[in-house]
Every structure is written in C-alpha cells, then in structure tokens.
Ligand binder design. Structure first.
Ligand SMILES: [Mg+2]
Length: 415
C-alpha cells in the first residue's frame, strides 16, 4: 500500500503563541528568551521581524541585542505551548488516528487509511487553513510517502506552505539538498560525511551502503536508507500517557539534615529516582517541586517551571537544589525533604534539543541516565549511585517503594 504521510511544522511556534495573547508583538522584532539570570540566557524562538534583523535561535541574548537593539524579549511559557500543542493534535486527530508528535510544534499524520476520497495535498492545505483560522498560528506541511521526506517537505518551504515529495519525483528535488537537512544528520555526522565528500542527500543515496556501514556503523545504513526513500518507520497511534499526574518521592533520613551537603545528597537520590521513573513511563516533567519539613515540623513547598520539559536527573536535581537554596535560611535542621515533577507531558512532545548548542552534551547525559537505569534494573535499585548521593544519609528511603505522588503531607503554602 502506498503510504500518505503529512508532517506539520508550526512556524516560529513559541513566538507565535506569545503573539496570540500579545498582538502588539506582531509589529516589533520579538524573541522568546530563556531566563536571563540563569545560565539559559538564550533566544529560544523569534518572530520574522527579529529574524530579518539577524537574530538567531539559541544565540545568547546580548548578542541578539547587539544586532537588534529594539528587540522585545518575552518570557517563555511552556505550559501554554503544551496547551496549544495538545489542541492542535486534537484537530489533526480528526484526519487520522495516527498522529505522532515530534517536539511540541511538529507532528506526523498518517492518512494512508483515512481521507481516502481526497488527495493528500488538499488535506494538507486544509489543515494549514484551519491552523490559521482556528488558532491564529501558521504552519508548513510536508507530504510524502515516508516520515523522513514528509519532515523534509515541511522544512522546504515556510511559512505557511505545502510541499509534496512524491515517490516518482523526489530525486529531482530532495537529492539536491544539503545532506544536513536530512533528519538525524547533526553537526558531527555532517562533518564525518563531508570528510568523505558526501555533501548532498543525493551523494549519500548514491554512496555504497556497505562502505557507509563500515564508516558510520548502523547509523550510516539508516541514513543511506533515508536518502533513498526507504524509511518505513510507522506513524505511531495516538496514545498519550495522561493518567499519571505527578511523579515524586520524599524521605525522612534517620538523622536530621544539618547542612547543604546533607540536603544535596538526599535530593540527588530523590531526583535520580524521579527521573528514572519518568523515563520508565516515557514522560517529561514541566515543573519541579520541592517539599521541606524542618525539625519543628514546619513545612513548605516551592516550585519552578523547568527551562525545558525534562526527565534528566541532573536538571531535576539542580532545579530542586536551587529552589532549596533560595528558600531555606537554616533556622533549624531539616527532618524531611521531597522532590516531585508535575505537569507531565509525553516524551514525544518534548522540545527538540537540536536548537540548543549543547545538545551533544545533553545526549551524553541521557545515555548516562539510561545506563544507570539499566544497571539498577538488573542489579537492584541503588546498585549504582552518583558520587554526590553518598554524602547524604537516605534513612528509610526506598525508591522502589514510593511510586506515584510524593509521600508525607505536602505543606499548604504552595508558592
Ligand atoms: Mg517549528
């Protein structure tokens, strides 16, 4: 059966969502930025006027302001982006039960077995129109016989355009494109391919499969298949794990925590367990909360929206510890602490890391997280620990026993 796959990519998504609530942003160069005080003082997204002034995604803010002194900076609201993303997917679901998100602003829709009385391009055009009319957003849509080329199509022409790469004609256009336009060809793969003189998708398609296999391993074969239009990866059925509301742990060590070293060790263990469970459920947390109870049994909670949704142990730990440092003045020793992630979203909805400079570093951290999970799964929870966890006494804490929701009574003053 010939497949019909659409890939919808929202144009300037974060910036466009901000412009829904703030129409005045439409007429000025505007960028959605990560927190300036934090290490994330970078441009996350920008509107077309900011683009025209030379502002780039993932660029540090001061550099962007040098190029565009009247740049209006808007704070990021991931909850809003997630909200519209969900509503968009609901709309796409009217066309197919196979709607697979890729980041917050992109989706594949497989209409091979639906909308059979219509040609795929007219469905794509209708979706574009509805995105404009019903959401005041703009998107570009790629239409092809596999996911990789559909994605390439949505990138090919924007904003607000439909591009079709057919099985018969893809070689004429796709093969002329730079090889790094292909999904999963990142900076380092591009450099490796350039070394052997592969510069276009056509060069890649016409290279020897066995040579690519020996040069780049399995990944080389995968890319060769992509370039030749042989990607047969399915568009997943709509299936969001929305039943779990939060993932958290708390613990009361056998002796009170008296300094930051004690607290950081315990929090790291809690964060590791929370992150590991999020990964098991294929979820990402949007908000990190901590819960603290001192030895006089006064307790409080604090929370912070993460820079980007995450199931990374280090991110969750650092945010939790930061919240603690900001909120506790050591008037008394601490009896119990808890760490929890809420506003969970499916892993597939996560922000694409490609826009961040240090995505390779994040990749390494993810691999480390997965290795830790695997060792703990095989040899029992706690078989492996990061060094910092050994600083704190974990008391009765047992990560395998405390699934689902924070233990103990959360305080009432949620800030
Ligand atoms: Mg986009």
């Amino acid at each position: 059966m010939k497949r019909r796959i659409l890939h919808v990519d929202q144009n300037c998504y974060f910036a466009s969502v901000e412009m829904i609530a703030h129409p005045e942003y439409r007429n000025v160069p505007m960028a959605v930025v990560g927190s300036v005080e934090k290490r994330h003082g970078i441009v996350l997204a920008k509107n077309y006027l900011a683009s025209a002034a030379g502002v780039k995604t993932a660029e540090v803010i001061w550099k962007a302001e040098q190029k565009c002194p009247n740049l209006v900076k808007a704070e990021a609201h991931f909850e809003k982006y997630s909200f519209y993303s969900k509503r968009l997917r609901e709309m796409y679901s009217e066309y197919s039960d196979r709607v697979e998100p890729f980041g917050l602003d992109e989706c594949w829709i497989d209409i091979s077995e639906s909308c059979l009385d219509r040609d795929a391009k007219s469905v794509a055009d209708e979706i574009r129109q509805r995105v404009k009319e019903e959401f005041s957003l703009s998107c570009s849509v790629g239409v092809s016989f596999n996911k990789v080329f559909a994605k390439l199509g949505s990138d090919y022409k924007k904003p607000d355009a439909t591009t079709v790469f057919s099985e018969e004609e893809f070689r004429d256009v796709v093969w002329k494109l730079p090889v790094e336009e292909l999904l999963f060809v990142g900076r380092s793969t591009k450099a490796s391919l350039h070394k052997i003189n592969i510069r276009t998708i056509g060069d890649l398609a016409n290279a020897s499969e066995s040579y690519l296999s020996s040069y780049l391993g399995k990944g080389g074969v995968m890319l060769w298949r992509y370039a030749n239009g042989l990607d047969d990866d399915e568009v997943m059925k709509n299936d969001y794990k929305r039943d779990i509301k939060s993932v958290g742990n708390s613990t009361t060590p056998s002796s009170d925590m008296r300094n930051i070293k004690d607290v950081s060790g315990v929090m790291h263990s809690l964060a590791a367990s929370v992150a590991s469970r999020l990964r098991k459920y294929e979820l990402l947390g949007t908000v990190v909360q901590i819960w603290v109870r001192d030895k006089n049994l006064n307790s409080y909670e604090k929370q912070r929206v993460l820079f980007e949704p995450s199931n990374n142990e280090k991110e969750i730990y650092e945010t939790a510890l930061e919240l603690f440092r900001e909120s506790y003045n050591w008037h008394a020793a601490i009896r119990s602490v808890g760490v929890r992630c809420t506003k969970l979203i499916s892993k597939n909805e996560g922000i694409q890391l490609s826009i961040f400079d240090d995505c390779e570093k994040l990749d390494r951290e993810k691999k480390l997280d997965n290795t830790v999970d695997e060792i703990n799964r095989r040899y029992g929870s706690g078989a492996i620990k990061r060094l910092v966890e050994l600083n704190g006494d974990l008391g009765n804490f047992d990560p395998s026993r405390t699934e689902g929701g924070i233990c103990g009574k959360p305080g009432s003053e949620l800030k």
